[in-house]
Design a protein around this ligand. Structure first.
Ligand code: ZN
Length: 118
């Protein structure tokens, strides 16, 4: 499975999903508004953990300074998650991240991508 392709499609989905009519979204940790194309898909638990790499509650729109320069701005990210999903979300994501996930090839390469590409 080509994770780069899946990452790109998933990122497009996360970043564009909440865009307004003008294509604008806000950073989940600092509120900075920007066209979704210039934002990142910010992971609370790092992408290296496959169990939460494509978890919708672990992935939200972030501006580049928060995601890259502040390494995810995790203190604010944690506050955002708790406000959005409740305090149990942190433990839930940590449990999910520890699961032994194996990615396998779908019958058609486009199958997995299709979920996030439309
Ligand atoms: Zn930000």
């Amino acid at each position: 499975m080509n994770l780069d392709k899946l990452d790109k499609a998933f990122s497009n989905f996360i970043r564009s999903e909440g865009a307004d009519d003008n294509g604008m979204v806000r950073c989940c940790t600092c509120g900075h508004p920007s066209p979704w194309q210039y934002m990142d898909n910010g992971h609370f638990i790092p992408r290296g953990n496959l169990g939460t790499r494509y978890h919708l509650k672990n992935c939200h729109v972030q501006c580049v300074p928060c995601n890259r320069n502040l390494s995810g701005n995790l203190k604010k990210y944690k506050e955002f998650l708790i406000q959005k999903y409740g305090p149990e979300i942190i433990e839930e994501l940590e449990q999910e991240s520890r699961k032994d996930v194996k990615l396998y090839s779908a019958p058609s390469p486009s199958y997995s991508l299709a979920r996030y590409s439309s």
